[in-house]
Design a protein around this ligand. Structure first.
Ligand code: FAD
Ligand code: DHB
Length: 390
């Protein structure tokens, strides 16, 4: 079996890359070790930056997103014992950019539908997927599918297989530097078919831990509470979640919380992680395979999309014009954007979460939020990062 680009992983990074290449006539094969049903069952991110929205439009699969996505022109920050609040009008502050609330699950559904409708080859439920010889001119990916062993020969391998995938792990350790930060807390999330408390996202600093009110539609809410890492999911009934959410929110919002059964409930640890470089010979890493951000600031999915766009531009240049500058610059260019998103996510996490028991640090956070909220420069720095840097 032969192709130009072998794509390991069928999450947002792999599917966006595959579709960008396919639309330009560049042959590629996607291989994932899970089934499409399993992939569509994953509940993850929900917020698309302007540039991700633009990529989805460029792919020609934006019809449902335009209809069902919730365009956001701002979000609200709440902080302090007296529940001060300030809306950050990011469209106004960024020359018209917006953020789109459209679940990763829905986006993945649209991407998979486009992939299935075209003649590009994909393998799901593949076993023992392994990249080989990527420091040579003839890389390949081996895997087993429905009992048959395959050798996929290619020009390039795109490792889009997430944080625990095989691509990054195939690179000799001495070839990369890893930068990492773990946070001593996690997010307890609930997805429920109840109307959201607000039609825009709310970030709240609370002395007992951060609160995020988000949504997937006018009838589906996504809430998160900061919890300590030793919390166990089995100790949290959905009723306990609703009680704690209402206890942390200001009264007017607490009154608006509509409770109901959880469609999904989980605890996600928070982590910052970057590997450098993100190109190893003819193997490129994209998305969570290369980097992880804590979810504060909603950058994970958007970075996966921008990596895919960056690499696809380089590959198009190579196949259509015969020069490799774009590919040669992929690692350094993508990492510039990655580090900016890492910084923003780390900063928003440090600003809004209960970090420890230090009353002084809490005062510093509250003072910084107050400053940002009431300064045009402060609002703008949050807004331009939220909607995504160019
Ligand atoms: P993934 O979506 O992880 O896709 C990787 C694909 O590779 C998967 O389909 C997997 O099955 C496949 N794969 C893995 N290993 C192999 C292998 N060995 N062989 C073949 N295929 C393999 N981001 C936000 O911005 N906001 C959020 O609220 C948010 N919540 C999250 C909650 C959770 C529980 C998780 C895990 C992530 C969350 N993220 C969030 C991050 C965001 O979802 C990711 O950044 C995004 O999914 C990255 O896309 P990706 O394509 O790089 O990786
Ligand atoms: C979600 C929204 C956010 O603003 C964020 O930072 C993380 C996640 C969400 O809707 O899932």
């Amino acid at each position: 079996l032969k192709t130009k680009v072998a794509i390991i992983g069928s999450g947002p990074a792999g599917l966006i890359l595959g579709q960008l290449l396919h639309n330009q006539g560049i042959d590629n094969v996607v291989i994932d070790n899970k089934s499409q049903d399993y992939i569509l069952g994953r509940i993850r991110a929900g917020v698309l930056e302007q540039s991700t929205v633009d990529i989805i439009r460029e792919l020609g699969i934006s019809e449902r997103m335009e209809r069902e996505g919730l365009v956001h022109n701002g979000f609200t920050m709440i902080w302090g014992d007296d529940y001060q609040r300030q809306r950050i009008p990011f469209t106004e502050l960024t020359g018209g950019k917006v953020m789109m609330v459209y679940g990763q699950t829905e986006l993945t559904k649209d991407l998979l539908a486009a992939r299935n409708a075209c003649d590009a080859l994909s393998f799901y439920d593949a076993e023992d997927v392994t990249p080989h010889d990527f420091y040579s001119e003839s890389p390949r990916v081996s895997f087993t599918h429905q009992g048959e062993a395959y050798q996929l020969e290619c020009d390039y391998i795109a490792g889009c297989d997430g944080f625990h995938g095989v691509s990054r792990q195939s690179v000799p350790e001495q070839e990369m530097t890893v930068y990492e930060n773990a946070y001593p807390f996690g997010w307890l999330g609930v997805l429920a078919d109840v109307p959201p408390v607000s039609d825009e996202v709310v970030y709240q600093h609370h002395q007992d831990g951060y609160v995020l009110c988000s949504m997937r539609s006018s009838t589906r809410s996504r809430y998160y509470l900061q919890v300590s890492l030793d919390e166990k999911l089995e100790d949290w009934s959905v009723d306990r979640f609703w009680t704690e959410l209402k206890r942390r929110l200001p009264d007017d919002l607490a009154e608006k919380v509509v409770t109901g059964p959880a469609l999904e409930m989980s605890i996600a640890p928070l982590r910052s992680f970057v590997c450098e470089p993100i190109r190893f010979g003819n193997l490129f890493l994209l998305g969570d395979a290369a980097h992880i951000v804590p979810p504060t600031g909603a950058k994970g999915l958007n970075l996966a999309a921008s990596d895919a766009k960056q690499l696809s531009d380089g590959l198009l240049q190579f196949y259509n014009q015969g020069h490799s500058e774009g590919l040669d610059q992929y690692s350094s260019k993508a990492l510039e954007r990655i580090w900016k998103a890492e910084r923003f996510s780390w900063w928003m996490t440090s600003l809004f979460h209960k970090l420890d028991d230090s009353a002084f640090r809490q005062k510093m956070q509250l003072s910084e939020i107050h400053y940002l909220a009431h300064s045009k420069a402060g609002q703008t720095t949050i807004a331009e990062n939220f909607v995504g840097l160019d």
